[in-house]
Write a protein that binds this ligand. Structure first.
Ligand SMILES: Nc1ncnc2c1ncn2[C@@H]1O[C@H](COP(=O)(O)OP(=O)(O)O)[C@@H](O)[C@H]1O
Ligand SMILES: [Mg+2]
Length: 408
């Protein structure tokens, strides 16, 4: 049998050389140790990197030894001879090195599990390319009100629009009156429904029509860009909102926080959700703020969000029925269509389609029209577009089915 020869496995470091120079103790990379008899041990001294080839020791260069992965963290807490260091967004406890004076807030470099090597800075490190959370940062989360959208853009279910106005516009407008009545204020409204059912669209419409300051935060954006300062950011946005006469804080795709799988981001998302809850619990009766959050996966979001005084209210965005589908097709059609179009037929054929899928028909139809060197959409393009999206849908559905089967 031939053993595969892996140099890395045969690399060691001399720990000890016996007084008579006969025995050399070597520690291997994997932590195992072995003693070698050496006729000429004078060549070796503790710390040397050696290579074991056919049971004899050879000198090897220091470069061969793999560099230990360094980490950078911030000192959070000192307890006599131990220290809590935040690395990434996890906390680790480790011994205080004898030769270092650590203070809370120091940024330190370390190697291995718990070996702090040096202090890099007196101050906590900031994640790069993350500016301070200042007034201009908060301003960048405020949606500029424009007349870009109107409630008419939301086609299909009128009930959703009516309910949204009831739960969001009315309480903001009649804040004082509702306070006098003593009604429990509406703080949070959750928009639920499958992807592409218009949750973000309706929030955008509300943003451009509502007579309130509107802050938009998206879950993925927080996870990518603001991880290090997310708590500070959320706290400041809510403080700013509370100072306004009326405000809406919109948290898009909140499930992206609750469904993070890896440990580190899971810890971070837990803290972000915690900060959001603290902010909502911290409203006082004079604050006129309503939080809207959207999710494609209501079953995945933290149940703490659903407790009384938080997201008590829910608007569900169902898949459209045939009448709604026709209304959506008509509402989303671009200006460049000519002739009579078979809206009713397409609406019949699109059971189970989301509004986003329906509106995608128009993009495909436009491509077919320009491919045919026309600058308007005919019925044949419309039908062709429908067929294109139908094909893509089937492919996606099959992929999802296979994934689900693979998971279970
Ligand atoms: N009720 C609707 N009426 C018209 N178009 C819609 C409607 N709902 C969704 N759409 C179209 O689908 C796109 C995606 O919808 P979006 O609001 O992003 O879905 P969600 O946030 O629920 O995943 C919108 O930009 C819009 O073009
Ligand atoms: Mg959305």
């Amino acid at each position: 049998m031939i053993w595969e020869y892996d140099e890395a496995l045969n690399l060691g470091r001399v720990k000890l050389v016996s007084d008579d120079g006969e025995c050399v103790h070597v520690e291997f990379l994997n932590g195992n140790t072995a003693v070698f008899l050496s006729r000429d041990s004078a060549d070796f001294s503790p710390g040397d990197v050696v290579l074991i080839a056919e049971n004899t020791l050879e000198s090897a260069s220091e470069e061969k030894w793999p560099r230990e992965k360094a980490w950078i963290g911030v000192v959070k807490l000192l307890i006599s001879n131990e220290v809590v260091v935040e690395i990434g967004s996890g906390l680790h406890i480790m011994p205080v090195p004898e030769d270092l004076a650590l203070r809370v807030g120091n940024t330190v470099e370390g190697t291995g599990q718990d070996n702090i090597v040096r202090v890099i800075s007196d101050r906590p490190i900031r994640y790069i390319d993350q500016p301070d959370v200042d007034a201009s940062t908060i301003a960048s989360f405020k949606e500029n009100r424009n007349a870009e959208h109107s409630f008419e853009d939301f086609a299909g279910s009128v009930n959703i629009v009516i309910r949204a106005k009831e739960l969001i516009e009315t309480p903001l407008k009649f804040h004082e009156e509702l306070k006098q009545i003593g009604a429990r204020p509406i703080k949070g409204v959750l928009f639920t429904g499958e992807p592409g059912t218009g949750k973000t669209l309706l929030a955008r419409i509300i943003a451009s029509r509502a007579d309130a300051t509107f802050y938009q935060i998206s879950g993925p954006q927080i996870m990518n860009k603001w991880l290090g300062q997310s708590e500070e950011l959320i706290r400041k946005i809510f403080e700013d909102a509370a100072r306004q006469e009326k405000a809406i804080v919109f948290f898009d795709e909140i499930d992206s926080l609750a469904t993070q799988r890896s440990d580190e981001s899971h810890e971070a998302s837990r803290r972000i959700v915690g900060q959001l809850l603290a902010a909502m619990d911290g409203f006082n009766r004079d604050d006129n703020v309503i939080v809207i959050a959207t999710t494609n996966r209501p079953q995945d979001i933290d149940i703490a969000l659903r407790r009384p005084g938080r997201f008590d209210w829910e608007i569900h965005f169902p898949l459209p029925n045939v009448g709604d589908r026709e209304a959506i097709l008509i509402r989303t059609q671009p200006p460049g269509v000519v002739g009579g179009l078979s809206h009713a037929v397409v609406a019949e054929q699109t059971e189970g389609w989301s509004p986003a899928e329906l509106s995608a028909i128009w993009s495909e139809a436009a491509l077919l029209a320009v491919a045919d060197t026309r600058n308007n959409i005919h019925n044949e393009d419309y039908i062709g577009g429908f067929e294109q999206v139908a094909k893509q849908r089937v492919r996606k559905l099959m992929e999802r089915k296979m994934q689900e089967r693979g998971e279970s």
